[in-house]
Design a protein around this ligand. Sequence first.
Ligand code: 3PG
Length: 212
Amino acid sequence: MTPETQSLTSRALCELAPVIPVLVVKDAGKAEGLATALVAGGLPVLEVTLRTPAALDVIREMAKVPGGHVGAGTVLTPDDAKRAKDAGASFAVSPGATERLVRACEEIGLPLLPGAVTASEVMRAMEYGYSMLKFFPAEAAGGAKSLKALAGPLPQVSFCPTGGVSLGNARDYLSLPNVICVGGSWISPDEDVALGNWDAIETRAREASGLR
Ligand code: 3PG
């Protein structure tokens, strides 16, 4: 698979819904209920961060939920990418982009959404063959104003801003021509996941899926 094909695949995933929930799940026993609620609420693309010991098991469980596309987030190394793919992840998200990581994802055929913020980082990602990027950390890096500025010289690149995005500011991003979707953790707060408050999460997902 060529990088451009992968980029298109990442783009296609980003086009499925206005929000990709960013999930930090500590208990794989919650995976099925959580993914089911999110998909039912209209958010089929799920990013499970590799930040908990349970993350790979969570991916394994969520990958069984019909209608979902489960990816791994916080993918930093070739080994992370391989473990994620082996667990059933159908894409990977990284806060940045290194040549080793990009090439490893190409080799194993795992679509990657690499992160970039500055013009040079975006140009490097373009050299790797990617035109669909994560913009992270979105709010701290200047928010919608920065993304709007990048659209001037780099109109061929699209973004999924993540980091500090919420229901309150998501529309500021989604109204930009170079934003396809946003990522955020607000849809599934820890307490709701711990208590299995799936109705509350589904309601929040529905609200998010209606953002555009
Ligand atoms: C991430 O984990 O990729 C983002 O930092 C999520 O950011 P948020 O918790 O501010 O939505």
